[in-house]
Design a protein around this ligand. Structure first.
Ligand SMILES: [Fe+2]
Length: 172
């Protein structure tokens, strides 16, 4: 099972056809996720910082196919095709919003499955992604404003807040 290094992960993004803008976003999310992960680890919680870094670089690989919600599914598919480690695939698959439970995923037309982040690594990448707009770090309230502007369902906004509180608690 492939667990690429940084150069290998970037090569996968480029080979898949991700734009420079997406790649820049992925690197910004990866740096932010590592910062969060190091704080959480220093607070005594076991997190795999390297997995978070590589998973975050690859989280949007599916944007080479589509920018809609299905990019997580497409990303996971590309990951499987390359024999990526399942823990990386799961980071890709569960990073959308603050995760999407099975029933909601079904109503959104996603293939059957649970898209909720479970492990520290999955949760940290999903949260870091919420905190990065394009290649800029935003506050949680700015992110919530963005979600409301996009007309996101209240359940997505609630989960984004819950995940943010959870990550803050892990750091403090
Ligand atoms: Fe994404």
């Amino acid at each position: 099972m492939l667990r690429p290094d940084k150069a290998g992960a970037l090569e996968l993004l480029r080979n898949a056809g991700c734009s420079n803008r997406v790649i820049k976003h992925c690197l910004t999310v990866a740096d932010h996720a590592v910062q969060l992960a190091q704080n959480i680890r220093n607070n005594g919680h076991p997190v795999d910082v390297e997995l978070i870094f590589i998973g975050a670089i690859l989280h949007d690989i599916g944007r080479s196919v589509t920018h809609d919600i299905r990019h997580a599914v497409e990303g996971a598919r590309i990951g499987r095709e390359h024999g990526l480690n399942p823990s990386i695939i799961r980071i890709i698959e569960t990073h959308i919003g603050a995760g999407i439970p099975e029933k909601e995923a079904q109503s959104m037309g996603l293939p059957q499955g649970n898209y909720m982040p479970v492990t520290f690594e999955e949760k940290i990448v999903a949260h870091a992604d919420n905190m990065v707009d394009d290649d800029k770090i935003v506050t949680i309230s700015e992110e919530l404003d963005n979600l409301r502007e996009k007309g996101m369902h209240e359940s997505i906004i609630e989960r984004t807040v819950e995940l943010s509180i959870y990550i803050d608690e892990m750091m403090n």
